[in-house]
Design a protein around this ligand. Structure first.
Ligand code: NAD
Length: 357
């Protein structure tokens, strides 16, 4: 089992170190190789995704990714910015399905911005299509200056597009995921205004006919945003396009209390995957040893489950995280009165200790 470890920038190096600690005590035959990505790779090699890093990722069964980015790179040409590394990995590895579970741990119900009864027991899975939509359509009519801005331009526009195979494959992923859960899929679109999303809706419905056990409903994205904060437990699996998924998954993240708790997985058709926390490099807290490593540790658990076929080990990590939360240990982002505040490394050590029990 070969894992490419790409810690990246900011808190990325701190949180990935904790996930590695956890993976090492599982005593499984992993081969791990670390490489630079993002701003760190730009500093060393002049590019956020050097050829050697991409080759390593492509030759691995899974990529464990920290986070990339820092405000200091905001003036670079767009292709050289750290965030381009993620787009490059997604594109070159064909990672089209982004899984973002939003689970509210019972111990953290009070950390949510919603009332406890709305989020207690919450367990939803947002599946975001990752390689199409407006993020990859043709940008047209642009007058792009080298710094990525448009001095003196009268307009700028991007085109939204999806192909039938792109929609079909993400729909299958969603229905198959629902079969292992509560057998409900909500497809989120904007079919009342956008042709692309009428097409999306029609194709998801067609694919749904192949999964008669799964209940499918369709919801406009504005209503979905409202329902996510009004009654989030009504959802099981939510499937949507790249842009709506980007926004809704962050909103869902906050329902659970902290973005520091949320893992994510991006998979291709061979189950090769990139696993990363849902948050960014948090330059505001980098180097302070206070970042929450649990999202990254839970991402490592998703990696074991989806790409490395080590379901028992994945379950063990999730149980260990729950035990640590039961014991009252909290990093600053999830701390509340009556719990014990710990730093990044202490939290990682606590998960390692819980695994050994
Ligand atoms: P962010 O997710 O890095 O941080 C948002 C807020 O959440 C900050 O206050 C931060 O301190 C806090 N936070 C995030 N992760 C945390 C953790 N594990 N523990 C405790 N607190 C945590 O988003 P941002 O500030 O908008 O972006 C910072 C940089 O990260 C930017 O350069 C952005 O482009 C980049 N970014 C990268 C990714 C990625 O690598 N996948 C994703 C989003 C943003």
């Amino acid at each position: 089992m070969k894992i490419a470890v790409l810690p990246g920038d900011g808190i990325g190096t701190e949180i990935v170190a904790e996930a590695i600690k956890v993976l090492k005590v599982l005593d499984l035959p992993f081969e791990m190789e670390t490489a630079l990505v993002g701003g760190a790779a730009y500093e060393a090699h002049g590019h956020p995704l050097p050829e050697s890093t991409l080759k390593l990722a492509q030759a691995s069964d899974a990529v464990l990714f920290g986070a990339v980015g820092d405000w200091k790179y905001d003036t670079l040409d767009r292709p050289l910015r750290p965030e381009q590394a993620i787009l490059g990995l997604r594109k070159n590895m064909g990672l089209f399905a982004n899984f973002r579970p939003a689970i509210c741990y019972k111990q953290l119900v009070d950390a949510s911005s919603l009332k406890p009864e709305l989020v207690s027991g919450l367990d939803i899975l947002i599946i975001r299509e990752l390689t199409g939509d407006i993020y990859f359509g043709q940008p047209r009519g642009r007058r792009i200056a080298t710094d990525g801005h448009f001095p003196g331009a009268d307009e700028a526009f991007d085109t939204m597009r999806y192909s039938r195979p792109e929609i079909e494959r993400i729909a299958h992923v969603a229905f198959q995921a629902a079969m292992k859960r509560d057998k409900r899929v909500t497809s989120v679109d904007k079919a009342n205004v956008l042709e692309t999303f009428q097409f999306w809706k029609d194709i998801v419905s067609e694919v749904g006919l192949q999964y008669p056990e799964v209940t499918l409903d369709h919801m406009y994205v504005d209503n979905a945003a409202m329902q996510l904060v009004r009654a989030p437990k009504r959802f099981d699996v939510v499937v949507t396009g790249n842009m709506f998924g980007d926004i809704l998954s962050d909103a869902a993240a906050m329902l659970t209390g902290s973005i520091g708790m949320l893992p994510s997985a991006s998979l291709n058709s061979k189950n090769q995957g990139l696993y990363e926390p849902s948050h960014g490099s948090a330059p505001d807290i980098a180097g302070k040893g206070i970042a929450n490593p649990l999202a990254t540790i839970l991402s490592a658990s998703m990696m074991l489950r989806f790409s490395l076929n080590q379901v028992a080990a994945a379950d063990r990590i999730e149980v260990a995280v729950s035990k640590v939360l039961d014991s009252g240990l909290r990093t600053t982002d999830i701390w509340s009165e009556g719990t014990t505040r710990v730093g990044t490394a202490d939290m990682g050590d606590a998960v390692v200790a819980a695994l050994a029990k």
